[in-house]
Design a protein around this ligand. Structure first.
Ligand code: SF4
Ligand code: FES
Length: 226
């Protein structure tokens, strides 16, 4: 069934059952996302995609909220933008400490969605300091996979991707609070634990926490993200 909703004053006809994010994308309206991946069920962990529905008090995640006929979505108000800014500031506080402000040294050579969103929304990495991660040593695996734990925002995409694709053993979370991180059982190398889903995990990671270095075979000591 086709229904009608409004986003930022634009009337959109969509199939009943799609999400607010789907509807916005169909209409060419940008809603930022970090933990969303269309190939898996929504992780709903970053809250960067929040919007407001007219008549409701709470902010809701666009990636996990189904449209309803007549719904009026507010996506671009200062209130919504400020909520996203706070969500991004929280994520930045979990990201490894950046002594040079937002000039994370890896970002210029990678597709860091976190940095792009933080810049777009003017999110301040110093707003929240509790839980800031230590700079942990990156691990480089035989396949060229690089894992940088300090850059992980524990969005959950890679964990869910391995789980929903039936990858054994796959990745999981370990630890609590600001110490939570992704892990593989029995210290199995991450690239082995991700199996056939390795490339999808790398492509989906919204930060520089997972990437593949093509130069690895020539020089194991290279530092590709400088
Ligand atoms: S490694 Fe990347 S995809 Fe996996 S949880 Fe961390 S930020 Fe998300
Ligand atoms: S993209 Fe919707 S909660 Fe992260």
């Amino acid at each position: 069934m086709i229904i009608e909703i409004t986003i930022d004053g634009k009337v959109i006809k969509v199939n009943d059952g799609v999400t607010v994010l789907d509807a916005a994308r169909q209409a060419g309206i940008d809603i930022p996302t970090l933990c969303y991946c269309e190939k898996i069920e929504p992780c709903v962990s970053c809250f960067v995609c929040v919007v407001k529905i007219k008549g409701q008090e709470k902010f809701i995640p666009a990636c996990a909220t189904k449209v309803q006929n007549g719904m009026i979505v507010i996506n671009n108000s200062e209130e919504v933008r400020d909520c996203r800014r706070k969500a991004l500031a929280l994520l930045l506080s979990e990201h490894v400490a950046l002594p040079n402000g937002l000039k994370c040294k890896c970002a210029s050579k990678t597709k860091c969605r976190l940095k792009a969103c933080a810049e777009e929304y003017g999110a301040d990495h110093t707003r929240y300091t509790i839980g800031q991660r230590r700079e942990e040593t990156r691990k480089i695996y035989d396949s060229g996979l690089v894992h940088e734990p300090g850059k992980c925002i524990t969005c959950g995409k890679c964990v869910t991707i391995t789980k929903e694709n039936g990858i054994k053993p796959g990745l999981s979370f370990k630890g609590r609070g600001s110490n939570v991180c992704i892990s593989a059982p029995f210290e199995i190398p991450f690239d082995k634990a991700m199996g056939e889903a390795l490339q999808l995990c790398v492509d989906s990671c919204p930060t520089g926490a997972l990437w593949i270095t093509p130069k690895y075979k020539n020089d194991k000591s290279e530092s590709a993200h400088e």
